[in-house]
Write a protein that binds this ligand. Sequence first.
Ligand code: DON
Length: 605
Amino acid sequence: MSVPTHGAFRAPFASALASARFCCRSRRVLASAWCAALAVNVAAPLPAAAKTPPPKPALDASAVAAPDPYSADTAQQIFAEGGNAVDAAVAMAFTLAVTRPDAGNLGGGGFMTLLVDGKPYFLDYRERAPQQAIRDMYLDDKGSVVPGMSTVGHRAVAVPGTVDGMWEAQRRFGKLKWKQVLAPAIHYATDGFQVDPRLQQRRDAAAKSFAGKTNFDAYFPNLKAGATLRQPELAQTLGRIASDGGREFYEGRTAGMITSQMYGHGLITSQDLSQYKALWREPLAADWHGYRVITAPPPSSGGLGLIQMLKMRADLQPAFDGLALNSAPYIHLIAQIEDRVFADRQRYIGDPDASPVPTAKLIDDAYLAQRAAEVKAEVKADDAPGAASVKPAADGAEATEKPQTTHFSVVDKWGNAVSNTYTLNGDFGSGVVVDGGGFLLNDAMDDFVIKPSGTGPASTPGVASTAGAADAEPNTIAPGRRPISSMTPTLLLKDGKIALAIGTPGGSRILTTIFQVMTNLYDFEMPPTDALAAMRFHHQLLPQKTIYFEPFRPAPDELAAQLKALAYTVEQQSFSGDVQMIRVNGTTPEPGSDPRGAGVARVIR
Ligand code: DON
């Protein structure tokens, strides 16, 4: 592919030193402190004190639960080179950008929850709306949504966060050199990897929606099961990032390629890129069953929702006593909990930097006890979800989900842990490949409310995103805002030590999936393999009174009939997660990969 010439930014990032010199000259965008940090980081490792591991191994081994074998191999290589869990996580993220182009990414964003030297951290590298984005940018002049505009093509793209997120995490906590953690990804991009049949299926499905609208087909015509896929342009991009540092993506030649790609079609400018910064946020934390849950704060809705579900389920233990897992009365109770969780999500959650989210109130024990008290075992007409305190605010928030996004969990023998979920949003994102760069760009703008309530003729109801995201003011489109997300990378600590690292793709199914696996593990005391394989269902506020099951464990006819008798609609969905988790049993890591996916769970000694 040739590099488009219009508007391209052509700074020659030939070497790390050149990079640091260049950025220090570019006073428009960079603070001197950062320039100094880059110069130090690229040219030499950070001071030893910041990178010294605890002296004695805390666990018997390191472990990984990865969504594909290549990223598991990468983790193994990084551990063999002396890296820690953060090095392994960053290397896995870059590897998956090569081997899982549907969801792994450079051009997307995500969240990382970490435990390093006994302290929890959360890194928000979610995408942001470009500065030129406006509230009604996906509406025509009659106020109606232009179909596909927020999901396919240049205007669907938000400013990517992944590369800065990885740069931040590795600089702060990694032990190895930056180049070392990129090496496995560069190898897979250069020498190729074998395409999994599922990847071809996803390509074929996505290609239909991109046909004639993006350059996707030109880049990925040969994503055929069993074939070896080599991505030379992506290898070069990774090589530039490896030698020049993570800011190359935002300030260097790669940034120029992105803005060239956007020129005349999309909104992202060089200023949007240079201003992008991943953020360290305080993780959400709550006590549950003698564990400390460490999870994703807003703009994720997932961590809040997960804590709400876990606590309400615990409050309602007397009602659950004697109920079989996934029996109709059990599902009815959980569905009512989920109505309340999704009602709060819809009402309150958005970018906390744009408007404050009442996080403390939403996970407060007294508040949740009061919400839990509304849940009733018996079914009466006026108990139906949608009544009173769980009234939905939007129509049209259909909950169709597909298996985009990807998650991995990793722990090292020193007891550090990383749970990472990142995404292009839809499979292969917007379908736009950066010419010359060889990587896909996200369609995260679709996670905003694309048509706020009252917009358009006759005060019509709002239209939430494809994943049914919140139809509330905090999640409307505004320059620089981060869209709401469901991604929920989560850690559980026991006495301050890692006990579980867990996460999954699945859009709004993410939190309900993690909740179910955690309940299986800790309420039903299932072994990890059974906890992962057990039947799952999904329910959220909209569509009302609808329970989704999935092909891996479809609902038996008798259960479906019992749910229908409780006035539920029973639907089959195509996907219910790809959980990658590691339980730590004493000092022994027990990794587990969802049998629904192609993941690899591996103990690494
Ligand atoms: O951030 C979110 O919640 C979505 N963009 C994630 C999309 C997703 O997980 C779809 N996967 N199944």
